[in-house]
Design a binder for this molecule. Structure first.
Ligand SMILES: [Fe+2]
Ligand SMILES: [Fe+2]
Length: 315
């Protein structure tokens, strides 16, 4: 078994690091994030060269982050098929990213519905929604450029998320936001500096990492605040809904159709991914920054913790 790769240190995001300390003033946090947004925001349509030819022999996703890496099946696959799988998995993760972002945009709109419209907190939420609009368009363009199909989540998960984004209360919304953002972010931090990867994918992941750092900060601050101020029933509901979201997330992470589309036996591939020690380590390492934080603010308790364990994302 090979060990999970270590991401590059974060690029300069303009956002100071986030030590656990006393709750910070909501408006102050938002002002700083607005400031960082003004300094480090990108328009992917003009920032990236969408017409540049793809580079032969380059990967669409680092091989160590491909689900089948280091399994017996992987060892039997020729390089071309491995790279093809990486291309399809990149499209699958980008599709998952768009699904999450569309959910998040709705959660943010609901979050600010009854907040003061001129507050920095609301202005920042609107800025973040604008970021996510650009990201989703960018991911869609990347999928098209790579030539693999878009991979929607299953009908069941699609409908489950419809319920969640309609009824979820604030702390649950921010907990799910972090789940969607932090693990993909960890993978993207490994992707953008990797010279084996297609320049377009490196550009897309670099933009996303820089802008996502603010989103993570905003969601963390808000979730910490909510876990102190929300009534007991809501904190308990957050623990359970977040655990359930982690379970669904880990199952939906890579759409199993990718295996069939590169000529593999879907059932055999899924079984090998489930049995892969490398994959488990990658997913748990990717989730660790998040699980440590959730543990510290009291989200990983009781039934919620058991659900996290069953997701395979928590050791
Ligand atoms: Fe995003
Ligand atoms: Fe985001």
């Amino acid at each position: 078994m090979t060990s999970a790769p270590t991401p590059m240190p974060a690029p300069d995001t303009g956002v100071p690091c986030d030590p656990l300390g006393p709750l910070k003033d909501r408006e102050q946090v938002a002002e700083r994030l607005l400031d960082a947004s003004a300094r480090h925001s990108f328009d992917p349509d003009t920032e990236l060269d969408w017409d540049a030819p793809l580079e032969a022999d380059k990967w669409f996703w680092p091989p160590e982050l491909v689900s089948l890496y280091d399994t017996p099946l992987w060892r039997r696959m020729p390089l071309e098929q491995r790279q093809d799988l990486a291309r399809h998995e990149a499209a699958s993760l980008a599709s998952l990213g768009i699904w999450f972002e569309i959910i998040l945009m709705q959660l943010l709109v609901r979050h600010i519905y009854d907040k003061p419209v001129t507050s920095a907190h609301v202005r920042y939420a609107l800025t973040e929604i604008a970021d996510e609009c650009r990201h989703s368009k960018m991911f869609a363009r990347m999928i098209q450029r790579g030539g693999a199909p878009a991979y929607p989540v299953s009908r069941l998960n699609h409908q489950l998320a419809r319920v969640l984004k309609t009824v979820s209360t604030t702390p649950g919304s921010f907990a799910c936001t972090l789940l969607g953002e932090e693990i993909l972010d960890w993978m993207q931090r490994l992707t953008f500096p990797d010279q084996r990867v297609q320049p377009l994918v490196r550009g897309v992941t670099r933009i996303h990492v820089v802008e996502e750092a603010r989103h993570v900060r905003y969601a963390r601050e808000e979730l910490r605040r909510q876990m102190v101020t929300a009534p007991r029933w809501e904190r308990e509901l957050t623990r359970i809904s977040c655990g359930e979201a982690a379970r669904v997330f880990s199952l939906a992470f890579v759409n199993p159709e990718v295996y069939r589309n590169v000529g593999l036996d879907k059932r055999e591939a899924v079984a090998q991914v489930r049995a892969s020690g490398h994959r488990r380590e990658v997913m748990q390492t990717g989730a660790r920054r998040l699980t440590d934080f959730l543990d510290e603010i009291g989200v990983l308790r009781g039934v919620g913790r058991r659900l996290w364990r069953s997701s395979g994302l928590l050791a």
